[in-house]
Write a protein that binds this ligand. Structure first.
Ligand code: HEC
Length: 330
């Protein structure tokens, strides 16, 4: 038989704990954070948080709608209010939530908030969410709400490094006509055309043909190689490092070789800029591990655009079917 003191002790602990937790709102916020963490639907807490005066609460509410919109009465109306919030942090969370829900209702709930000023700190997350494939139907494939110019302008402003681990979760679509067309547009807008040629587009400036690249790399490793060109350097672009007598360090490609001097192209993006060095002032010459291909080329692209670019490259610009597996040709 349990002594009665046990129950009293428990009650006392609960009372003290409630006292420590402070106001009811803070307590609700913790409860919502816990429910979100444990994936236990709590529509009541989401609706209360959406009306809270606290920005963090309203951001949590957007997250709750993303996860449990099917269980929340009036979820889309609530999402619309959050998308029109005074705080851009809340607006961004609401648009990201809508992008993941991906329905026409979710698109409509947030699309009315896009005519406001969006600063650089938030534009990347918003652009990536609006460009999710499920949403493209409502502004890119057809422009039934007249939002194409607004959304395109937001996507053009995107500029933020990608995290290789988030790109590892990219979804790659089958090579439909619209995906290949989008991939081609990205191949041009991201500047790949300055140095590579695929299916008639661009200039093969370095003798680094990308034809057949889909057999060498699967989707994920191709993304990694574009993110970090120096991972594995193709011979066509191999650079050299020179140290001269007077302590200069030059990294580049030798484009002309004369009896007493060498022409070194030090910036692949400006091929016409050449530096000459005299052979007898070179005290050290070796192969460089650095690719002439610039890094950061993907920073201006949304994840969906990167997926389209990969499909474009792996199908040789839409000419061959998507290889199912990659064989290592190296
Ligand atoms: C300024 C010139 C330049 C630009 C711009 C450029 N590249 Fe490259 N790229 C190179 C050179 C040179 C190499 C070969 C050296 C190497 O492997 O890193 C290369 C290599 C590659 C490879 C590896 C080829 C292989 O056989 O392993 C891929 C894939 C690639 N580029 C894709 C792209 C894409 C996609 C873009 C646009 C987002 C792009 N490149 C933009 C110069 C460029």
């Amino acid at each position: 038989m349990k002594p009665p003191i046990h129950g009293l002790l428990r009650l006392a602990i609960v009372l003290i704990a409630t006292g420590i937790c402070g106001s009811a709102t803070a307590n609700d916020e913790t409860k919502l954070a816990t429910a979100l963490h444990q994936r236990v639907p709590r529509p009541d807490l989401v609706l209360a948080a959406a009306d809270s005066g606290d920005v963090t609460d309203r951001m949590l509410a957007a997250e709750g709608i993303r996860l449990w919109h099917e269980h929340i009465p009036g979820a889309m109306g609530c999402l619309r209010r959050l998308a029109n919030d005074a705080s851009l942090d809340v607006v961004t969370k609401a648009i990201v939530a809508a992008g993941q829900i991906g329905t026409r209702e979710a698109f409509l709930a947030v699309s009315g908030s896009l005519d406001r000023e969006i600063d650089d700190a938030h534009v990347t997350a918003i652009a990536d969410a609006l460009d999710r494939r499920a949403f493209r139907v409502y502004w890119l494939q057809s422009d039934e709400f007249g939002l194409r110019p607004t959304i395109s302008a937001l996507i053009t402003r995107r500029s933020s490094p990608h995290d290789p681990s988030s790109l590892a979760a990219l979804e790659f679509p089958p090579p439909s006509h619209s995906v290949v067309e989008s991939g081609r547009a990205v191949f041009q807008s991201a500047g790949c055309v300055a140095c590579h040629r695929v299916n008639g587009y661009g200039h093969d400036a370095f003798n680094v043909p990308l034809k057949g690249i889909g057999m060498c790399h699967d989707n994920v490793t191709l993304v990694q190689h574009i993110l970090s060109p120096s991972l594995d350097i193709h011979d066509g672009g191999r650079q050299e490092r020179f140290v001269t007598e007077d302590g200069r360090l030059l990294v580049g490609r030798v484009t002309r070789s004369q009896a007493n001097r060498l022409a070194v192209q030090t910036d692949a993006t400006q091929p016409e800029r050449i530096q000459w060095i005299d052979r007898d002032e070179i005290i050290h010459r070796e192969h460089s591990d650095v690719s002439p291909m610039p890094t950061g080329l993907l920073d201006s692209l949304t994840p969906t655009q990167i997926a389209d670019l990969v499909v474009y490259l792996r199908t040789d610009g839409g000419l061959v079917p998507m290889p199912s597996t990659a064989h290592d040709h190296h």
